[in-house]
Design a protein around this ligand. Structure first.
Ligand code: 7PM
Length: 290
C-alpha cells in the first residue's frame, strides 16, 4: 500500500507495511511523597514508568509514547521545566533499558531537541509542530514526526466544533503541515499523519472520520489512530473511562480494515490480539510476529 514502507525511527527500523501498536505511557509524577524526598518520589515514578513500558513491549508494543500532560486537552498547563523533569529521565532510561521506539508526545521545541539527544525515535505532536521553532527543531533531529489534526486549541476546541466537511478539512490541514515539514527538510518517509480523534470534533465528526478513514490514504502517508478510552466511546456506549476497552477495540478492528498503520492505545495486550486477528483474516493466513 502506498506510503507504507520501512520507517527509520532513530536507531530502530519498523516495517509500517505491518500494523504497529504504540503503548501510551503517561508520566505524571505523584504530587506528594509520603515521607521520602521529592527526588526519591521522582525516581520511583521513573522506575514505575520503565516497568510499565517493559510490560507493554512484552505484550507486543513496538513504540512507547511518552506524554508529560502538557499537550492534554483540559489538563492544567504544565511548565516547560516540569514537562522536562517528567519526560526526559524516562526517555533516557528507556533508551538504555528497553528495546523499543520511544515516541515523545510534545509540542515544545526544547523537549524535541533534548528528547532526541537522549534517544527518542519519534516526535508526536498534537499541535502538528505549530509552536514557534518546533518544525526547525524536529527537522534538526532527523527523526520522523507524527502530525495530528486539531481544530482550535485544547481549552475551547470542544465548544461546538463545526466543519463544512470534516474529512476535507482534516486532509487539507494535514497536507499543508506535511508540505511545511518537507520544506523544512523532513523527508516524506519520515511523516505519519493522524486525524486527531476528539481534538475539536463532535461525536458525529469522530464517527465519520473513522468510518471514512480510508479517504486519508489520498495523502499517501501512514496513518496513526488514537481512539483509546476517548469520550467518543462514552458518547456511544455511556461508559466511564475504565470501561471503554471493548468500544476501543471495536475502533481498532475498524482501523485495521481501513489500513491504519499505527494504533496508539492504553491496553496493549488486548489491542495486539485484535490487530493480529484482523491481520490473519485480512491476509487469509497466520502472520508471524516480526
Ligand atoms: C486528556 C485528553 C488526556 C486527551 C489525554 C488525551 C493523541 C495524541 C493524545 C492522539 C496522537 C489521549 C489524549 N491523543 N497523540 N495524544 N494522537 N498522535 O487520549 O489521538 O491520550 S492525548
Amino acid at each position: 500500500m502506498a506510503g507504507l514502507t520501512a520507517f527509520k525511527f532513530g536507531q530502530r527500523v519498523l516495517d509500517l507495511t505491518r500494523p504497529q501498536v504504540m503503548g501510551i505511557l503517561n508520566v505524571t509524577p505523584d504530587s506528594f511523597s509520603d515521607g521520602g524526598s521529592l527526588y526519591q518520589a521522582q525516581r520511583l515514578s521513573v522506575d514505575g514508568a520503565i516497568a510499565r513500558a517493559a510490560e507493554m513491549v512484552a505484550n507486543g508494543a513496538s513504540i512507547v509514547d511518552i506524554g508529560g500532560e502538557s499537550t492534554r486537552p483540559g489538563a492544567s498547563p504544565v511548565s516547560l521545566q516540569e514537562e522536562k523533569d517528567r519526560v526526559l529521565p524516562v526517555v533516557e532510561r528507556l533508551n538504555a533499558e528497553v528495546d523499543v521506539v520511544i515516541s515523545v508526545d510534545t509540542s515544545s521545541p526544547e523537549i524535541i531537541t533534548e528528547a532526541a539527544s537522549l534517544g527518542a525515535g519519534l516526535i508526536n505532536d498534537v499541535r502538528a509542530l505549530s509552536k514557534p521553532g518546533a518544525v526547525a527543531a524536529a527537522a534538526a533531529t532527523g527523526l520522523p514526526v507524527c502530525l495530528m489534526h486539531m481544530k482550535g486549541n485544547p481549552a475551547t476546541m470542544q465548544d461546538a466544533p463545526e466543519y463544512a466537511d470534516v474529512l476535507d478539512e482534516v486532509a487539507d490541514f494535514l497536507q499543508q503541515r506535511t508540505r511545511l515539514c518537507m520544506d523544512a527538510g523532513i523527508a516524506r518517509n519520515q511523516i505519519l499523519l493522524d486525524p486527531g480523534f476528539g481534538f475539536g470534533k463532535s461525536l458525529e465528526h469522530n464517527l465519520r472520520l473513522l468510518n471514512q478513514l480510508d479517504q486519508l490514504h489520498s495523502l499517501n502517508l501512514p496513518l496513526l489512530l488514537g481512539t483509546s478510552r476517548k469520550s467518543m466511546i462514552d458518547h456511544v456506549l455511556n461508559r466511564p473511562v475504565d470501561q471503554r476497552l471493548a468500544g476501543g477495540l471495536a475502533t481498532v478492528a475498524i482501523g485495521m480494515m481501513k489500513r491504519a498503520a499505527v494504533f496508539r492505545v492504553h491496553d496493549v495486550r488486548e489491542t495486539v490480539d485484535v490487530v493480529r486477528m484482523c491481520e490473519a483474516v485480512m491476509n487469509e493466513a497466520l502472520v508471524n510476529k516480526a
